[in-house]
Design a protein around this ligand. Sequence first.
Ligand code: ATP
Ligand code: MN
Ligand code: MN
Length: 300
Amino acid sequence: PVIRIAPGGQGGRVIEGIAVTSPDRVIFPGCGVTKGDLAAYYAAAAPLMLAHCADRPLALLRLPEGLAGERFFQKHAGRGFPAQMRTTPIPGEDEPAIYVNTAAGLVAGAQMGVVEYHIRGIRRDRADRPDRLVFDLDPDEGLDFSQVRAAAIDLRDRLADLGLPTWPMLTGGKGIHVVADLRRTVGWDTVKLFARAFAHLLAAEQPGRYVAVMSKARREGRIFIDWLRNDAQATAVSAFSCRAREGATVAMPLSWDALDRTDGANAYDIRTALQAAPGIAPDRRRPVSLEPAARALAGG
Ligand code: ATP
Ligand code: MN
Ligand code: MN
């Protein structure tokens, strides 16, 4: 037999031109998913995932030893950073941001222990103008997923009344993110003000169902509408990111119809997400300006 020594060293595997070392190292002990599996997932997910995360400043959640070891977020490139992970200056910020526009970049992340990719609500060509509004629904422990799902639909309807089409994303954890794609007509001040006002309005109208403040004590039996993701430095997990949670679940964007047929925020994992994705893709219409919605909210 021909013995091939991969550039990754003994037992290494080359994926998208990246030498993935120790591909058999188990990252998720419960389900046996390895570093090689994760790298291969990101290579395969790239065409779909980059539509959500390319050109955006990233926060990388790294777990070099897998789920059992330490974990840390990284927003700035360090020494020995792979060339496939690019950096870009952001006006007003001291350190350049990291971004990834290629499958090789996503795989290079997996090689250095990145499990989760988180995005900011801006793209690098116009970093002062957000292009996403996101409400992160965080249910109190013990709440049923059906209640989170109903809440997401409630937000969808309320935002649609204001002229904002949205799409849902299962986080791969407990909740759902409700996202509006925005035309880049206003700054963070307006987006943040809108998000805060909208969340507080819902909590005031349905105090038994929603809270708009982070305090865990006040969440009892309710859903925290986490509007704080809407800020210049804030992040939310990218669609198609694997989650650093047992089961190697995936943050899954989907259509509202498909959400009706979904039983949990962790319904998809790296073995099932990509095959399912085309059949349940969200209806992402043209991005819309927040200004009319903000006026409608203020007037209504
Ligand atoms: P779940 O559905 O289980 O709530 P989630 O991804 O929404 O999953 P949250 O804890 O609600 O998890 O966090 C929302 C987002 O806020 C994360 O996706 C992440 O981008 C950001 N975030 C949370 N904690 C941190 C942190 N310690 N450092 C940086 N970003 C964080
Ligand atoms: Mn959440
Ligand atoms: Mn949250």
